[in-house]
Design a protein around this ligand. Structure first.
Ligand SMILES: *[C@@H]1O[C@H](CO)[C@@H](O)[C@H](O)[C@H]1NC(C)=O
Length: 110
């Protein structure tokens, strides 16, 4: 079985504030953690097991998160979820279902 996983983790080290030092916060004291931008992506492509999926996500300096992931499901459709979290929006997503083989799908529905 051959599985190809491509992963990258890019931390924008230059944008990071210095690590926090000093005494731990007292119980009940709120702590504001700094925003740490990042991005990563991976892809799995394994024809023998029909395992095809990928994901990518990025967090920018504002703390907004954008990402998407796709999975080929047993019904031969690719399910792609695109999502974001911006400001106080909470987790907002959109799911799209597309035929893995559009020509075959068109032939069966014609
Ligand atoms: C967040 O995702 C939703 C659903 O896909 C989309 O309608 C909206 O435009 C996105 N917001 C941003 C800021 O990209």
């Amino acid at each position: 079985m051959k599985v190809i996983i491509i992963a990258s983790l890019l931390v924008v080290a230059l944008a990071l504030p210095a690590p926090q030092t000093g005494p731990a916060p007292a119980v009940g004291q709120s702590v504001v953690w700094p925003i740490r931008p990042y991005s990563y992506a991976y892809e799995i492509s394994d024809p023998p097991s029909n395992n095809f999926q990928n994901k990518a996500e990025i967090k920018n300096a504002n703390g907004d998160v954008f990402g998407s992931y796709s999975v080929l499901m047993p019904d031969n459709f690719i399910y792609t979820t695109t999502y974001n979290v911006t400001g106080l929006s909470g987790f907002v997503y959109n799911l799209v279902k597309t035929p893995a083989n559009p020509a075959a799908a068109a032939a069966t529905t014609a």
